[in-house]
Design a protein around this ligand. Structure first.
Ligand code: KIV
Length: 296
């Protein structure tokens, strides 16, 4: 553990009357990767954890060293890394390549590969073929897929074949064209009951964790209390077992506004812009390179 991460942990502990359990954090484990068993134990012991997206080896390495136990190579790479408008165009080849980089750049985090739109919906065997690529070619520890009851056969087939599955319900961005935009899911009794029943069915099919995206906080807390597997909230309030953010949102790199649920922990867009402007100015004014950056 670095001096910095130890200080961060101490301040987190000091600021709360009941100290949080931190066994998944800060590289204090055995030097091996986090497993589904570690996450199940965290749920039993009431330990909360953080997940971030990652799309390349260098930033993934930073998050790994910072003690983020689970990294998701999300299809949000579409809008946050590859320049698409949404996640729909992202391909398996693209995400397998990014996942392999994230695995290479990390030592301890569980790396979860996101099955992109069109790569698992048609059948359990299609899902298995795609998931096998993430496990064999990229070295992922698990995969994630979107959907409730409609993907139960896929979840079952993957788990039976030995692939840990993270499910994803609530707002499912791959369905943006059917939904007609991004809207809060699970509002009203009927939608809420459907979400709870989907979550229980996914747990029963063997999902080891369930992402709840853009769900009312009270509903997310209720689902989390009723499930034995951890819930991972994004825009789902404080009552879930874990929280995930898209890293470019979390670090302030995403252009334009971010949704209300995002907390920005840095202003990377300003930082990088300033660095690029200073470099360009030094070059234009002949300040860089100087003697100290030259060979003779
Ligand atoms: O693709 C992604 O980044 C996700 C998270 C928002 C959960 O699915």
């Amino acid at each position: 553990m670095s001096a910095d991460s130890s200080a961060t942990q101490e301040s987190a502990v000091a600021s709360s009357s009941t100290p949080p359990k931190l066994s998944l954090y800060g590289g204090t484990g055995t030097g091996r990767r986090v497993t589904v068993r570690d996450l199940a134990k965290a749920k039993r012991e009431g330990e909360k954890w953080a997940m971030l997206t990652a799309y390349d080896a260098l930033t993934a390495g930073v998050f790994d060293e910072a003690g983020i136990p689970v990294l998701l190579v999300g299809d949000s790479a579409g809008n946050n890394h590859l320049g698409y408008e949404n996640t729909v165009p992202v391909t398996v080849d693209q995400l397998v390549m990014l996942s392999a980089a994230v695995v290479r750049g990390t030592k301890r985090a569980m790396v979860v590969g996101d099955l992109p739109f069109g790569s698992y919906q048609s059948s359990p065997s299609q899902a298995l073929e795609t998931a096998a690529r993430f496990m064999k070619e990229a070295g992922c520890g698990a995969v994630k897929l979107e959907g409730g009851r409609r993907v139960l056969p896929q979840v079952d087939a993957l788990v039976q074949a030995g692939v840990p599955v993270m499910a994803h319900i609530g707002l499912t961005p791959q369905s943006v064209n059917v939904l007609g935009g991004y809207r809060i899911a699970g509002r009203g009794d009927e939608e809420a009951e459907k979400l709870i029943s989907d979550a229980k069915a996914l747990q029963h099919a063997g999902a080891f964790a369930i992402v709840l995206e853009l769900v009312p906080a009270e509903l997310a807390a209720r689902v989390s209390a009723e499930l034995d597997v951890p819930t991972v909230g994004i825009g789902a309030g404080p009552g879930t077992d874990a929280q995930v953010l898209v890293w470019t949102d979390m670090a302030g790199l995403t252009p334009g506004g971010v949704p209300k649920f995002v907390k920005q922990y840095a202003d990377m867009r300003a930082l990088l812009g300033d660095a690029a402007r200073s470099f360009a100015s030094d070059v234009v004014h002949g300040v860089y390179p100087d003697e100290s950056h030259s060979y003779h």
